[in-house]
Write a protein that binds this ligand. Sequence first.
Ligand code: UDP
Length: 473
Amino acid sequence: MEKDRSSHVLFFPVPTQGHMNPMIKLAELLALTGFRITYLNTHHNHERLIKFTNIAAHYERYPGFEFKTITDGLPPDHPRSGHWFMEMYEEATEMKIKQGLREMLVNISPPVDCMIVDVFLVFALDVAGELGIPIVCFRTSSPCCFWTSYSIPAMIQAGELPIEDMDRLITTVPGMETHFRCRDLPSYCRAADMEDTFIKLVVNRTLKSVQANALILNTAEELEGPILSQIRTQCPNVYAIGPINALLKSRVDAKHGESYHHFSNTLLEENKSCISWLDKQPNRSVTYACFGSITSMSREQLIELWYGLVNSKSKFLLVVRPNSVIGKDGEEEDVVKELFDKAKDQGYIVDWAPQEAVLNHPAVGSFLTHSGWNSTLEVVVAGVPMICWPYFADQQVNNRVVSEVWKIGLEMKDVCDRKILEKMVKEVMVDRKEEFAKSAAEMAKLADQSVSVGGSSYSNLDRLIEDIKEMSL
Ligand code: UDP
């Protein structure tokens, strides 16, 4: 029998910028089609969203879109910087969050019909099971990393892990045999001990998401068809609905017109002065350098990067996040100021940028990136070539896809050297500029096709919507 109310979906993301961004975009996509949404933020993140965005005004336009907050299990005075979220996966902390989630679900009205949960919050699957709530997993990191993580037990069995030779091609990850070296495996595969707690955690959560009856991935058939086919051999019900930023834009534009304000769910204050600086630069003349929301680097690495950029003679916009340079307190500010003063005419530094606006600015000609999955998809959509300097987790895998599968950029893996960076920036910005611009434009076109009417991600979202409605009956 049809219910007399819209289906109620609860979203539960891992509370980092990179996990939260695709989740909240999917929540907005479902709200656009009339679903009732509860979006679960940690207390800490919600405070930051309220501080740095006009969140209430944006989501108020969707009747039935509600934010609720929950503990992240850590004390209020915890600094929550660097890899703090790893502490959330400790058993005692998970228990606290699990308890908060259960209480919320028992008391919420109207009851939740379906939960969309980040697969790293695996305990939510148990709570949903206890309460009989259908659940869909969302793996927000890259599908190629998901697939290599799934293959870790096979790699161990075949003796490919632990890694002995970084440049050896891997043979036990189906579909990736031709160009994935040990060096390109996710960073946690570099551990010497295969009993390492983090490897076990990743494998366990990957297997759980395969066992779940539905899995959402932020990619498109048009971009990663072969890997999706491999994943479907183990996990038949996959919804590939990416690039989700482009899908949201496509659906919002269709409903409200292109003048509709697109919202940034930022957890740090965006320094918009960089857009005015970009406005003054010639088309495709600037290298945008930004390394996501979690990476940190040493003072020496920052200086190498800086000189690589300066010596390339390219104009550049560099993001140095607060507390992202490892050193003594306050040292970071001094280094940044000192460097900034040295190259005022060539470069501009901010501590956090409105990234999607930057990538889509005509002045930007390349993106020096850590290869986080959101950044990778955002730049694919913008059609800008990349120089990849991966840091950890899925980034090593992602940049191999960028350089060897899509051929829209270069990778600077396991080195940080001003000469190499200078050479790469010149290659992308000058010597092979047209070649890279052409391949990046082709990829952007494929991304656009996937999110347009009749495209695979567009249709997969419709299928997801119908399936959630079915679950809610
Ligand atoms: N981001 C941003 N401004 C910045 C740096 C990053 O808005 O100065 C956003 C970026 O657009 C992306 C997210 O933060 O959506 C970072 O996610 P990603 O998966 O690229 O990397 P992570 O932070 O998870 O390592």
